[in-house]
Design a protein around this ligand. Structure first.
Ligand code: C5P
Length: 218
């Protein structure tokens, strides 16, 4: 039985979510989507109407909200005050604001603490996906992966997944990579991470590569 921590970092559209979920399923482990956590907090802040420069009030809103993140790969969910918000947090409004909310240092501190608590509570191992997992959240992870792919391929995957316009998706990915680079390092692998370029690999091939790395201790 696997009981370690696997960190999967990478930019948007690199395939992190599909890969993490399937890897966790195959290992019998939990999985945590930290992007969903930043998205949920962003939605709560947007709904409250508080200005992004008012850090103290932002933190009051967050601390007064109940967030739940399901970590079963067969049933991942996000709830805000008992209501499922998975569709809302992936909509264009939240996607447009999430980089700005994620850049607030107090927000990061709050979520990193929450992420470490979830990781510590995992009983049968956990796959954690995000931007700063291998470097900041779980630097002692048993295996660190940096998933990447050419920007054009990332845009193609995103738009075929959600039916969005290819050119608009490519522009949005570029904008978010640039914005995120101010707080995390979406373009760089964490120290000790194995780089997996998925541009020419399908999901099965990526999983095969990861299982090999796990079997050989990274
Ligand atoms: O992975 P996803 O695209 O859902 O992430 C949404 C946003 O959350 C990213 O664009 C980034 O601003 C933020 N994020 C972060 N650190 C993480 C995960 C996500 O800052 N570990």
């Amino acid at each position: 039985q696997f009981d370690g921590v696997i960190a999967i970092d990478g930019p948007s559209g690199s395939g992190k979510s599909s890969v993490s979920r399937r890897l966790a399923t195959e290992l019998g482990a939990a999985c945590l989507d930290t992007g969903a956590m930043y998205r949920a907090v962003t939605l709560a802040v947007m709904r409250s109407g508080v200005s992004l420069s008012d850090t103290a009030t932002i933190m009051k809103v967050i601390e007064g909200t109940r967030f739940e993140f399901g970590t079963n790969p067969a049933d991942r969910y996000t709830r805000i005050d008992d209501v499922l918000v998975d569709a809302d947090i992936r909509g264009p409004e939240v996607t447009g604001q999430v980089s700005a909310v994620s850049a607030v240092p107090e927000v990061r501190k709050y979520l990193i603490t929450a992420q470490r608590e979830i990781i510590a509570a995992a009983e049968h191992g956990i796959v954690v996906e995000g931007r700063d997992i291998g470097e900041v959240v779980a630097p002692d992870a048993d295996l660190k992966i940096y998933l990447t792919a050419d920007p054009a391929e990332r845009a193609r995957r995103r738009s075929s997944q959600d039916g969005s316009d290819l050119a608009a998706t490519a522009a949005d990915i570029k904008r978010r990579d640039t914005a995120d680079a101010k707080t995390t390092r979406p373009h760089d692998a964490a120290p000790g991470a194995v780089v997996v370029d998925t541009t020419h690999l399908d999901l099965d091939q990526v999983l095969t590569a990861l299982h090999e790395l796990i079997a050989h201790g990274g």
